[in-house]
Write a protein that binds this ligand. Sequence first.
Ligand code: UT7
Length: 323
Amino acid sequence: MTRRAVVVGTGHYLPERVVENAEFEATLDTTDEWIRSRSGIERRHFAAEGETTSDMAAKAAERALADAGLTADDLDAIVVATSTPDLTFPSAATMVQSKLGMTKGFAFDVQAVCAGFVYALSNASALIASGQASRVMVIGAETFSRIMDWTDRSTCVLFGDGAGALLLEAQEQPGTNTDRGILSTDLNSDGRYKDLLYVDGGVSTQSTGHLRMQGNQVFRHAVEKLASTANTALDRAGLSAADVDWIVPHQANIRIIQGTAKKMGLSMDNVVVTVQDHGNTSAASIPLALSVGKERGQIKEGDLIVTEAIGGGLAWGAVVLRW
Ligand code: UT7
């Protein structure tokens, strides 16, 4: 038998304020048509004043606990993937721990920008497989609206805020690739590409900074690297793209999502797409899509899912799991 990390609950939270593309037309030299056709984005949610990453993460986690029929006392650990924590420290994860009323176990953040949720899932799976934890809440939560340069039309129309959570539980499975749970992962980074996507500030440079991106360069890397990492992870599990029920990709750009599916030889009927409604929510985009995909009735128990993401670093990776 093999100890696997199986998803037993999902939840998500989106801030109340919805901003349609057309709103940007008033302040920027842009159009709804450009944003839609180049990125697939139609709207995004922005956090209210005073609403923080840990507030949204805690709400998503509460919903995942309710979905699983469990309480915070049942958790051993919380992992939050974020690049936009409330404070420099403590971690957003310990703030979520407190908001959930959880007084035992441990909590920490993972920072791998848009690939953060894939990194967090991989870490949580390792904690479970090694016996260090039996139930781990894995959350992706971001307030990217706080790091936008509102005069830069090439970035500020693309991002949004939100949070999604998966509750993982240790379950003994037969040890084959028909098991439920996380079956394989593939993580990569290459710091030589730092300048393609970064924030031009931070603690040790004493500013908050704004997101800077050479979008077309990141696009080129994304199309090349995402199908490759997804196929590597599938190969590690002894599976292939033909076995996949759902690709649940990082939701940055519909053209990247379509290009990756095509490279993997899969139809868009096998892809969960939320980019039109959420924009790019960085580390929150995959758990948001998983939770929405389940709510829509797309994702069902037993489905084989591959998630993949790329972002600042560059950092990228994929996780294969059976729901
Ligand atoms: O989540 C982390 C990973 N990030 C990504 O995966 C994002 C990857 N990149 C992208 O999604 C796309 O590259 C973008 C959506 C950011 C841009 O699409 P593109 O087709 O690569 O356009 P481009 O950057 O090559 O720009 C084309 C033109 C430029 O004008 P010129 O130089 O051709 O005259 C831009 O100045 O579009 C212009 N442009 C805009 N025009 C209207 C850039 N932003 C806008 C805008 N409205 N908002």
